[in-house]
Design a protein around this ligand. Structure first.
Ligand code: FES
Length: 278
């Protein structure tokens, strides 16, 4: 019997992660500490992690894409929050990790491990002490016409440019659900760019009223996530051409193998983060 997935593929890792995750999840909430000690991998900061993610609702992707908590600075620019950098001892050696416990009183531990998949674990920007101002900036080839008009490459995303979020549309799906932008994060002078997407939406404002994590991690209806498909690492897009065929015209759609994510459903997801290379 031929193996559909090569040994070192992301799919394989996923299968392993889920088997471990399901078994350990059976331990219940009190098993959280045990999960960490049982599965800590060699290298810095890998192992089982519980990320918040925009939910995967169709297609082959194993789980949602991890959320990036965001803030709006006093001048109205959007930035992603990076967890606190600290030193810990793992397997007898001291390593740096980036982790914030009880993020803004939400009870959630926010960790850079959320982003450690698809090779991102080796990107410069994922190093805990990478020197970055953490602003979300527009890339050279933005995903939306409005963005190409409003921004040049490297410009910071600004809250004022999303003020028409209750009406905005691009001809794909229904208008007025939310206004998106594509961009990058923690990628100044870096070889590998960390792709992100943000949306401003009424839906997120409503979710934030009910959920302490969403309240802590979003602001003024803005939500952000690391925009790498958890299937085979393509870069998906909200309201993208061709997505209607797959009922994804109001969702985030990955055109590589038709995975669909709902940006208005934030869920917890357990997976095995890859360690950063030593
Ligand atoms: S669906 Fe395969 S990479 Fe996104």
């Amino acid at each position: 019997m031929s193996d559909k997935y090569p040994d070192d593929s992301g799919r394989r890792r996923f299968v392993k992660g889920v088997v471990g995750g399901a078994t350990l999840a059976g331990v219940g909430a009190t098993g959280a500490a045990a999960i960490n000690s049982a599965t800590t991998s060699p290298g810095a900061g890998g192992g089982s992690t519980q990320a918040y993610a925009i939910e995967n609702i169709a297609g082959p992707a194993p789980r949602g894409m991890p959320q990036i908590p965001l803030e709006i600075d006093s001048e109205g620019y959007l930035k992603g929050v990076w967890p606190e950098v600290k030193s810990v001892t793992q397997n007898g050696i001291t390593v740096q990790i980036a982790e914030t416990e009880d993020f803004k009183g939400s009870g959630v531990t926010y960790s850079s491990e959320w982003f450690q998949y698809c090779g991102v674990e080796s990107y410069g920007g994922i190093q805990p002490d990478y020197d970055s101002d953490n602003y979300f900036v527009s890339g050279s080839n933005p995903g939306y016409a409005w963005q190409s008009e409003a921004y040049s490459e490297g410009d910071r995303l600004h809250v004022d440019d999303f003020s028409d979020y209750r009406e905005w549309g691009n001809g794909v799906g229904q208008a007025g659900l939310g206004k998106p932008a594509t961009g990058r994060w923690r990628s100044e002078d870096a070889e590998d760019v960390i792709p992100i997407q943000v949306i401003r939406s009424e839906e997120i404002m409503e979710l934030a009223e009910e959920d302490p994590w969403i309240e802590a991690s979003t602001q003024e209806g803005f939500v952000a996530w690391l925009n790498k498909c958890t299937h085979f690492c393509c870069v998906p897009k909200y309201k993208t051409e061709g997505s209607a065929k797959f009922n994804a015209e109001n969702d985030v759609y990955c055109q590589c193998h038709q995975s669909v994510y709902d940006p208005y459903s934030i869920v917890q997801t357990l997976f095995t983060a890859r360690p950063r290379p030593n």
